[in-house]
Design a protein around this ligand. Structure first.
Ligand SMILES: [Mg+2]
Length: 229
């Protein structure tokens, strides 16, 4: 028992050391690079970010969330390699933004869990990066759809841009995603759309139903955030 506890402590200590070293390296890269950093606000945190829709982008279908809402114990099916793709960006030093039109007002059937808690739990259980220093989960305060969903997402992106965040990539599946990303002036060549609207409005079409090929052919060769030009 004691030995096991000691081992856990050692691993945690080692993890902290590694995290500290990585933070130092990222800080060094950001302060020396040409990317967006929080240098004027007292830190050297890289502000280059990637935004991800959740439903039917990281999951296989909007219906997955509907099923989880009806039965809080249901585990929505993740698109192949979704967590690996998001993790690849996190490993490269990008801020990870999960921006969903799920409403904070929903409560899950059976379990009574809040939609905010359920969303975080699903991301956690599926291995998505959730470091509080470099990721955010944003849900809508109210029920939105269509034009109100566009306004909500575009508004959230504008708020983050006002903080200094720069979006180097955007991932979605819906026409509302395409419109919101366009309003935020995220370049079309880094606006990646999967599903039936893939490639619409000049976005980059993701073929198929998973992210593995995109991870292998694109994300794996993306430069680290805030790298020197
Ligand atoms: Mg979606």
């Amino acid at each position: 028992m004691t030995r096991g506890a000691g081992l856990r402590f050692s691993r945690r200590w080692l993890g902290g050391m590694v995290a500290g070293l990585v933070a130092s390296l990222v800080g060094a890269a950001c302060s020396g690079g040409g990317g967006a950093t929080a240098g004027d606000t007292g830190g050297s945190q890289c502000l280059e970010a990637i935004v991800f829709d959740i439903d039917e982008t990281l999951t296989i279908s909007d219906a997955e969330w509907e099923m989880q809402k009806a039965d809080g114990t249901y585990d929505p099916v993740e698109r192949a390699a979704a967590s690996e793709m998001v993790s690849a960006y996190a490993d490269r030093g990008y801020q990870i933004i999960y921006l969903t039109a799920r409403s904070q007002t929903w409560v899950l059937g059976g379990t009574g869990e809040s939609s905010t808690d359920a969303t975080r739990r699903w991301l956690e259980e599926h291995g998505f990066p959730l470091d509080p220093a470099s990721s955010r989960i944003i849900l809508s305060k109210t029920l939105v759809s269509g034009d109100t969903a566009i306004a909500y997402k575009a508004g959230a992106l504008a708020d983050m841009q006002a903080e200094g965040l720069v979006f180097d990539g955007a991932y979605g599946n819906a026409t509302t995603d395409i419109a919101a990303f366009a309003q935020a002036k995220i370049p079309k060549d880094v606006t990646f759309i999967i599903g039936v609207h893939a490639g619409e409005e000049g976005t980059v079409a993701i073929a198929g139903e998973g992210w593995q090929a995109h991870l292998d052919t694109y994300v794996s060769s993306v430069n680290g955030a805030c790298a020197a030009p």
